[in-house]
Design a protein around this ligand. Structure first.
Ligand SMILES: NC(=O)c1ccc[n+]([C@@H]2O[C@H](COP(=O)([O-])OP(=O)(O)OC[C@H]3O[C@@H](n4cnc5c(N)ncnc54)[C@H](OP(=O)(O)O)[C@@H]3O)[C@@H](O)[C@H]2O)c1
Length: 261
């Protein structure tokens, strides 16, 4: 009888220790674009590492449902629509009073050469990729301030630094994010909010699915390793950055790639 009790207690104790040993245990994380190629892997890994994970999605309802079945909490949201952002923040604040990590990962593309790029395509990409991260960061800062230390990450791109034909709106949005990161890091350092950018490198994903063969080839040639970025590894890197193992870096751009130039 007694040994039975000890066994079940030991099991619960081990379970409890296991949870505490996970590197994102007790962290509340919000990632936009949880349905992206990178996002869906990150959400799953963050759950496995003990985090409470919230994510936004846009069109991929089925995938969002799968992530919810794994234990994440999804919000349908069009990041281009500011009133929807207000509604989302209101709903989120009803659920959580604090936040450890905010990841601006969702992004849109509407490619076209400058002479063909519509004002609508410019505004849409800038609204989703740059304005929404600004707006959500501003509105969620009070929750991030509730923690002794918290973090914001913005997913950027090499295109922010080097451009490419047809992506002026996307490149400008990703360059803008770097400027926002550098500024916010200085403004929020004393409040112990770390703000960094992560360039995941060229990954095969819906975003790059329509890239011409020449662009794919060029990306392979530009890599010293002759390979694309693996979203699994990028997600692992993000998990590490979100954990308490990283406490001393802010205002930086992490390049998770192998480019020669
Ligand atoms: N793939 C690359 O080679 C590469 C290179 C450098 C940087 N990055 C950056 O890394 C991040 C992840 O890239 P990825 O390739 O994994 O992306 P992806 O698979 O193409 O997914 C894009 C995400 O953005 C969401 N989204 C698009 N428009 C939206 C809108 N109007 N409102 C709300 N959400 C919207 C999509 O939601 P739904 O799917 O639900 O519609 C999806 O979750 C992005 O910030 C991207 O710019 C990617």
């Amino acid at each position: 009888m007694r040994s039975c009790w000890r066994n079940s207690s030991d099991t619960s104790f081990n379970w409890f220790i296991n949870i505490l040993n996970k590197i994102l245990s007790q962290k509340i994380i919000l990632i936009t674009g949880g349905t992206s190629q990178l996002g869906r892997i990150y959400v799953t890994k963050a759950l496995d590492e003990g985090a409470k994970v919230y994510f936004t999605y846009f069109k991929q309802k089925d995938l969002a449902k799968e992530l919810s079945q794994k234990g994440a909490h999804g919000f349908e949201l069009n990041l281009a629509d500011t009133p929807s952002l207000d509604q989302f923040v209101k709903s989120f604040r009803e659920k959580e009073k604090s936040l450890d990590v905010l990841i601006h990962n969702a992004a849109a593309v509407r490619d076209g050469m400058i002479q063909n790029m519509s004002e609508e395509a410019w505004d849409y990409v800038l609204n989703v990729n740059l304005k929404a991260p600004f707006y959500l960061s501003k509105k969620l800062l009070p929750l991030l301030f509730q923690r002794k230390s918290s973090k914001i990450f913005m997913l950027t791109s090499r295109l922010a630094l080097k451009g490419a034909p047809g992506v002026a709106n996307y490149a400008a949005s990703k360059a803008g994010l770097i400027a926002v990161v550098k500024t916010m890091a200085q403004e929020l350092g004393r409040k112990k909010v770390l703000v960094n950018a992560v360039n995941p490198g060229f990954m095969k994903s819906p975003m790059t699915a329509d890239a011409p063969e020449s662009v794919i080839r060029q990306n392979l040639q530009d890599s010293s390793l002759g390979q694309f970025s693996n979203p699994e590894e990028v997600a692992d890197f993000l998990i590490y950055l979100c954990s308490d193992k990283m406490t001393q870096v802010t205002g930086q751009v992490f390049h998770f790639d192998s480019r020669k130039i």
